[in-house]
Design a protein. Structure first.
Length: 211
């Protein structure tokens, strides 16, 4: 029994050592383990190419933080959201062109306050330039936003002029009608016409036919 258990080769019994009988199986197992290990390493390499942003990092360190929307300002085409989060009695605030971006900026502030490294600038680069918190991107964005706001204001003023109601006299009448009532026989003549099709300007002159 001891001989069978140890696998010692005995004359005439034809017994082999256990490792000799399963030599090929062991090699296959090692190859399979190497393949599996390679798959695991490859998957980790892929994950490393997708770095964790500040929001995800903060959620791992302090899960369950509640973000609140403090305000929303700016024009419709360029809104600005301000979000806040309370961490141990300290409120951190930050702004962005979307709620998600504002939360991301808040998370960066919190991580900096907690002393964690915050190499998350790459997370902010793919986003629009007005989401950057400082530097050249902010100045360029401010200029761009200012130009857009000015253009929007000019358009609004033009639209307001175009959509004004008719000009009435103190008695609530059309000026031409009231003038005809007071001074009959007036004749109006077109002197000049200017402006585009969407913004015509006419100059008229009146003549008094009655003497």
């Amino acid at each position: 029994m001891e001989c069978l258990a140890s696998g010692i080769l005995l004359p005439g019994l034809g017994l082999k050592r256990p490792y000799e009988d399963g030599a090929m199986d062991d090699k296959d197992l090692i190859k399979k383990m190497k393949r599996n290990l390679r798959k695991v390493l490859d998957s980790k390499a892929i994950d490393s190419n997708q770095p964790m942003n500040a929001l995800m990092r903060l959620n791992q360190i302090r899960p369950g933080l509640q973000y609140r929307l403090l305000s929303q300002s700016g024009p419709v085409h360029a809104p600005v959201f301000t979000m806040s989060v309370d961490l141990d009695g300290t409120v951190y605030e930050a702004s962005g062109s979307s709620k998600k971006t504002a939360k991301l900026h808040v998370a960066v502030k919190v991580l900096q306050a907690m002393g964690y490294p915050t190499g998350f600038d790459s997370d902010l680069d793919p986003m629009s330039s007005d989401e950057k918190s400082d530097g050249e991107g902010k100045s360029e964005t401010s200029s761009h936003t200012s130009n857009n706001a000015k253009h929007s204001t000019d358009s609004s003023n033009t639209l307001e002029v175009r959509t004004q109601g008719p000009i009435l006299t103190a008695s609530g009448k059309n000026p031409v009608m009231e003038l005809n009532e007071k001074r009959r026989g007036l004749k109006y003549e077109l002197i000049s016409e200017s402006g585009g099709s969407h913004d015509k300007r006419f100059v008229m002159e009146k003549y008094n036919l009655q003497k």
